[in-house]
Design a protein. Structure first.
Length: 242
């Protein structure tokens, strides 16, 4: 009997403990601090939909262009050593046409440059080298396409933020003139708008700058591979001609 009473006592304590824990969790939910998303949304609204919306559009467009460039550059990356080995084997076994077929079946700017060089090899190695150099410039332009827009948004976002700051300060001084009072309560809203627009503009510029630096570094790496591979291709063509 005592064992049963003890078991019931333990179950009762556990039950009341669970009820107490549930009420504590509900109380914590009602008094918990707002989430980061809620704070961000509220600050965005407080900053004013005009300039904050323009800064947001700059962020969206800049990220869209940056993501598109990153995808394109990753697809344009080629294993140049493997491509050179395949072209060398094709030249040795099947000649220029076999090497051109290898380039046609390989994606990326390096393979396209190789194809242009191989297409002019019958006219001489010098003509092939000219074709490689000329088409290399075309491919560099394709790699750098639309990157200048990202740099534009990087410069534009903080400028818009600073413009919102100026407008917010003008509003604060207008409130002072209307109220004929310089108390903090009068100027608080205008100063808050000014600071929020500046902060959001700087945040957008920082985010886009990170993407921009990655894109530039990726382009530099691809261009270096293109130049090294082009030199190696000319050497292969010289050896083939001999």
């Amino acid at each position: 009997m005592k064992k049963v009473v003890n078991v019931l006592s333990v179950i009762g304590f556990m039950f009341f403990g669970a009820i107490q824990s549930t009420f504590a969790q509900e109380a914590a939910k009602t008094t918990e601090e707002p989430t980061f998303h809620q704070i961000l949304k509220q600050n965005f609204i407080d900053g004013g939909p005009g300039f904050m919306g323009i800064v947001l559009v700059a962020l969206i467009l800049g990220l869209a262009i940056a993501i598109e460039r990153i995808i394109y550059l990753n697809m344009a990356t080629t294993n140049t050593k493997k491509l050179l080995a395949n072209v060398d084997d094709a030249l040795s076994s099947g000649g220029v046409e076999a090497a051109k077929e290898v380039c046609r079946n390989t994606k990326g700017p390096v393979a396209s440059i190789f194809y242009q060089g191989l297409d002019r090899v019958d006219e001489g190695v010098e003509e092939a080298e000219k074709a490689v150099v000329a088409y290399g410039g075309v491919q560099m332009g394709q790699l750098e396409k639309n990157v200048s827009w990202v740099s534009l948004f990087i410069a534009l976002a903080p400028m818009l933020g600073f413009m919102g700051t100026v407008i917010g300060m003008i509003g604060a001084f207008n409130d002072i003139a209307v109220a004929n009072d310089i108390s903090p309560a009068v100027v608080a809203d205008g100063i808050k708008v000014a600071l929020l627009t500046t902060v959001f503009g700087l945040i957008v510029a920082i985010i886009l700058q990170i993407f921009y630096n990655y894109i530039v570094a990726k382009i530099d790496g691809i261009v270096n591979n293109m130049e090294d591979a082009s030199i190696s291709l000319i050497d292969l063509l010289v050896k083939y001609k001999k």
